[in-house]
Design a protein around this ligand. Structure first.
Ligand SMILES: [Zn+2]
Ligand SMILES: [Zn+2]
Length: 181
């Protein structure tokens, strides 16, 4: 806690130290490698994205994807899914960061903390540059607009990396990365 408080912080710099919440629960330390390609995360200049789904305090699934892998996963989505997802985000994406509010609806963390929810962090090295929380309802809404084909891409990723995790796992991202500008 005090570590974070003493971190030199420029208000114009969105970087902050990686919160423990985004550490790998299973490894008991920060993520070191990409779940998909296995490369060392600190080597990616564009950073990487951590996703963790919780049910209450329990971690259901967690993974880190380097930007090339994340882009590749998103790129495998059908054109139809990409379009509906872009539209969905345009309509729903709120300009909020952090874990206190759902980035797609007006629920607060306290409304969802006993249920399922997802936390996402965009990271560079040991720093986090952006973060978001998504409530279960919004995850379901997002899942509902994806085509069968797109779901299969993520199902395959899940089966290969997390055998035994129930198939209602839905890792669809919010904004893929700060890479549009
Ligand atoms: Zn990768
Ligand atoms: Zn929501």
């Amino acid at each position: 806690m005090s570590e974070e408080e003493t971190y030199p912080h420029d208000p114009n710099d969105p970087r902050e130290p990686m919160p423990k919440l985004l550490h790998s629960f299973y490894e008991g330390r920060a993520f070191v490698s990409c779940t998909r390609c296995g490369e060392s995360l600190s080597d990616f200049e564009d950073g990487y994205r951590i996703s963790k789904n919780f049910k209450g305090d329990e971690v259901i699934i967690e993974y880190a994807l380097c930007m090339p892998c994340l882009v590749a996963m998103l790129d495998e989505a059908s054109d139809e899914s990409k379009e509906s997802l872009a539209k969905f985000q345009e309509e729903r994406f709120r300009d909020v960061s952090g874990f206190d509010e759902c980035s797609l609806c007006d629920k607060n963390f306290s409304d969802v903390k006993d249920d399922e929810y997802g936390l996402v962090g965009v990271c560079h090295g040991d720093d986090m540059v952006d973060s978001a929380m998504i409530c279960f309802g919004c995850m379901e809404d997002m899942a509902a607009i994806m085509s069968e084909e797109t779901r299969k891409t993520w199902d395959k990723f899940r089966e290969e990396n997390f055998p035994g995790v129930p198939s209602d796992f839905e890792p669809m991202p919010t904004q893929p990365a700060p890479m549009t500008t």
